[in-house]
Design a binder for this molecule. Structure first.
Ligand SMILES: *[C@@H]1O[C@H](CO)[C@@H](O)[C@H](O)[C@H]1NC(C)=O
Ligand SMILES: *[C@@H]1O[C@H](CO)[C@@H](O)[C@H](O)[C@H]1NC(C)=O
Ligand SMILES: *[C@@H]1O[C@H](CO)[C@@H](O)[C@H](O)[C@H]1NC(C)=O
Length: 459
């Protein structure tokens, strides 16, 4: 019960209380219990929690800030950032010094500048409405790790310091985050085995109604500066609950399937990360130098028969060829699983029930070149990263020729791609607290780029 991120959440509550000006407020506003056992219906309508009420009380300077930050100041800031990025990409910036391998970026100078502009200017307002465990927290282990960790990390950042990414003053915000967790809604609101998404959509629709009637910001841009994030397969479906959320808002999704309405210019593809225990595996946190691993195996895959692509992979390759280790089942996170990945040059990442696969990130952690086998999948951070510098794409129709295709990659390309994998690793790592250029900030940077409405790749 409760959320796997409850340790993170309790920490955030503790921090919030440490920051409170008087002990009186603490007495008046006890923290909400970490584990909600009450019937789901009672929670369907988002409410203001005692915790958030006290947070608002702790922001006395809001009125003053409001007057200093009229709406068009936000627009002026965005255009200053755009101008700086254009200048940098025109040659007056030097990202070569910062990035270990500039060739993995579409435009290293533009990316580095847009990242610095984000650090300098970007402010996110997180709506306070709603309560855990449906809003403000998420699962922090297994397949929905990215969703839970993003929501929890953002919640834990103090909005009051004026320096960080979060702001307590929505008038200073460039983006507004809707902090509900689709994975938590599936867990607590969905009735198992009904395949009925309606209760989840009802919650999302109610949530949007509350924030759009209580605050002026949703209507001001018809949701274009609002964003949600979901790793659960039902994220796209849940976002259909409100037409503005679906059509105008920025949807950060693991399930970035263009056939399901994912729009690369507006939406954000985020990597799926599966932390079995909620922790980064120790040997992934500090991997031995890649060169010290001989890679005697050509390729590796282990996984279930999910979805349209994997049956072909298993039919053609399971148990067929010792160079291509294709298994139907190997315990995830087991020593075997990662050891196969570290002994393989290529790690196969076919779509399962949904386009994204946590294998892409696992391969990157293991220094193994991901082989993307999917249709309609928009790869994460693709507007910044040059995926062709650290992965290989194989069309599902080429599965019967897989060995031939991979054998045909020249030795020198294997070395280039392996070095690329090593260079992008930092962008896929979860840190607590988040670190510069890690997956948390890369997700935010993708949202920032969409607010700038700029494509660094085209500069
Ligand atoms: C950029 O930095 C690199 C490494 O410090 C240096 O070798 C290169 O000359 C610099 N390029 C420019 C245009 O300043
Ligand atoms: C935003 O628009 C909706 C629908 O038109 C309306 O019901 C709501 O009251 C508006 N919100 C505000 C704060 O004016
Ligand atoms: C992508 O979306 C289409 C349309 O809903 C669906 O048919 C397809 O199976 C999806 N792909 C995956 C891998 O789920």
């Amino acid at each position: 019960m409760g959320s796997c991120c409850s340790w993170l959440h309790s920490l955030s509550i503790m921090l919030a209380f440490l920051l409170l000006p008087t002990a009186l407020l603490l007495l008046l506003n006890p923290p909400p219990p970490a584990h909600h056992q009450a019937a789901v219906d009672r929670r369907l309508l988002p409410r203001r929690s005692p915790e958030t009420a006290s947070r608002a009380a702790a922001a006395p300077s809001m009125k003053r800030q409001r007057n200093q930050m009229p709406e068009n100041e936000i627009e002026r800031e965005l255009s200053r950032a755009r101008a700086a990025i254009r200048r940098a990409s025109a040659g007056r910036g030097n990202a070569t010094a910062v990035f270990s391998r500039p060739s993995v970026y579409r435009s290293p100078a533009a990316f580095y500048q847009s990242y610095k502009e984000m650090e300098k200017r970007f402010k996110v307002y997180v709506y306070e409405e709603g309560e855990a465990p449906l809003v403000h927290v998420g699962p922090c282990k297994n397949i929905y790790t990215t969703e839970g960790r993003f929501i929890s990390e953002l919640e834990m950042m103090s909005p009051d310091s004026g320096r960080g990414l979060r702001t307590a003053d929505p008038r200073r915000a460039h983006a507004f985050f809707l902090p509900f967790s689709i994975a938590q809604l599936v867990r607590y609101v969905y009735r198992p085995n009904t395949h009925d998404h309606a209760p989840i959509r009802r919650f999302v629709s109610d949530y949007v109604d509350v924030v759009s009637s209580k605050h002026p910001f949703w209507n001001r841009t018809a949701a274009a500066d609002h964003f949600m994030l979901a790793c659960h397969d039902w994220g796209p479906s849940a976002s259909r609950a409100n037409p503005f959320l679906y059509n105008n808002a920025i949807r950060a999704l693991c399930n970035a399937n263009t056939s399901e309405g994912f729009r690369p210019r507006k939406d954000v593809s985020i990597p799926e990360i599966n932390l079995v225990s909620g922790e980064m595996p120790a040997d992934m946190l500090s991997p031995p130098p890649l060169e010290s691993y001989p890679r005697p195996l050509l390729a590796f895959f282990a996984g279930g028969l999910h979805g349209p692509i994997r049956p072909a992979l298993l039919r053609h390759w399971k148990g067929r060829d010792p160079d291509l280790q294709v298994h139907e089942y190997l315990p995830r996170g087991s020593d075997d699983y990662f050891s196969y990945m570290r002994r393989s040059r290529f790690c196969l990442c076919p779509s399962g029930y949904e386009v994204a696969s946590p294998r892409v990130v696992e391969a990157i952690y293991a220094g193994c070149i991901p082989v993307i086998i999917s249709d309609d999948y928009v790869l994460p951070f693709g507007d910044v990263l040059r995926w062709e510098e650290f992965s290989v794409k194989v069309a599902p129709d080429d599965i019967p020729r897989l060995k031939e295709v991979l054998m045909a990659v020249p030795e020198e390309d294997v070395r280039r791609l392996t070095a690329g994998v090593q260079a992008v690793r930092l962008h896929f790592v979860l840190n607590h607290p988040p670190k510069r250029f890690d997956v948390f900030y890369m997700i935010l940077h993708s949202v920032w780029l969409r607010r700038l409405n700029i494509k660094v790749a085209e500069l």
